[in-house]
Design a protein around this ligand. Structure first.
Ligand code: SF4
Length: 310
């Protein structure tokens, strides 16, 4: 960022109180004053951090608060980091599911999380570090992370890729350095550890890291949950499973070519609950074969029925 922004930031800190919290107005007037283009808050934060490091300015909590965007993102104390697995076929043939070349099944390239994944070439390490960096630049705390892995049916991905992907997410969090300027992919240095040992090593390391993954969500289909998969998810460190349930009506599931019936959802829910996982359901009202009345009854059954109640 241009050095003209040194004075821009210094003026912003001193003039903040005169603008009674209207940061947008202040930014505009400072752009005019210093003849510079409108900076994003993330750019300002980056430059502000550099000035702090160089001891050219004193810390201003008020200024930092102004730079924070979408406070709600981390208001719970947990920063959500959503990452995407690479494009890979899905066993499902659901008629409503979009497909786009080179994108994971059911995701489109114009969605924010997908755009970020494309930027990182779907590399899990880079996705983790870039997201932490961006949250940090927007003023968010990133010491507690809820990691959400998206990209279709996780269970259908090759097991070796699953393990490597999750290991790299943990490594990305472990090696992230606050306020580091450029996050390059630190090459994975070959060790004598097997892939499973490497996963355990990174998980263990993360228990005392500055950026801890306190929750890990994986998404899958109910008919891919069995005792083996429950164990696999547990080994990967998964704490929450997002199940593609979509409807509680067998005729609707059949009409939409889901490839499984409601019995699979009931079974998967029981197995996951018994194993202590949190469960999220993906539900789709308005599917062909349903009506508003049926959808209403479906949600009632979902919240009232002990077989479901995610
Ligand atoms: S299972 Fe999910 S990702 Fe696969 S086709 Fe159906 S909706 Fe799409």
């Amino acid at each position: 960022m241009h050095s003209a922004y040194d004075n821009y930031i210094k003026s912003a800190i001193t003039e903040l109180s005169q603008h009674q919290g209207d940061f947008g107005k202040l930014k505009k007037s400072l752009c005019k004053k210093f003849g510079v283009p409108m900076p994003t808050n993330a750019n300002l934060r980056d430059h502000y951090n550099q000035l702090l490091e160089q001891k050219k300015i004193k810390r201003s909590e008020k200024f930092e608060k102004m730079l924070m965007s979408r406070l709600i993102r981390t208001q719970s104390g947990v920063a959500v980091v959503a990452v995407l697995t690479k494009s890979y076929p899905c066993p499902g043939k659901c008629i409503y599911c979009p497909s786009e070349k080179d994108m994971p099944k059911s995701y489109l390239s114009n969605e924010p999380a997908v755009m970020r994944a494309i930027d990182s070439q779907f590399d899990p390490y880079r996705q983790m570090q870039n997201r932490l960096r961006s949250l940090e630049l927007n003023g968010h705390q990133t010491d507690k992370i809820e990691l959400i892995v998206m990209g279709g049916t996780f269970s259908f991905l090759p097991k070796a890729y699953q393990k490597k992907f999750i290991t790299e997410c943990f490594r990305g969090a472990n090696e992230y350095k606050r306020s580091q300027k450029v996050h390059k992919v630190k090459k994975f240095i070959k060790t004598k550890r097997t892939p499973s040992e490497e996963l355990s090593y990174q998980q263990k390391k993360n228990e005392t890291a500055k950026h801890r993954i306190i929750g890990l969500t994986l998404e899958t289909r109910p008919d891919y949950i069995d005792a083996k998969e429950v164990l696999n998810f547990r080994n990967l460190g998964c704490t929450r499973v997002e199940l593609g349930v979509q409807s509680l009506y067998d005729d609707v599931l059949e009409l939409n070519k889901r490839g499984h019936l409601i019995a699979s959802t009931v079974e998967a829910t029981k197995m996951l609950k018994d194993a202590g996982f949190k469960i999220n359901y993906h539900m789709m009202p308005g599917l062909p074969g349903s009506t508003p009345k049926r959808d209403f009854e479906m949600f009632k059954a979902l919240f009232e029925g002990p077989k479901f109640q995610p």
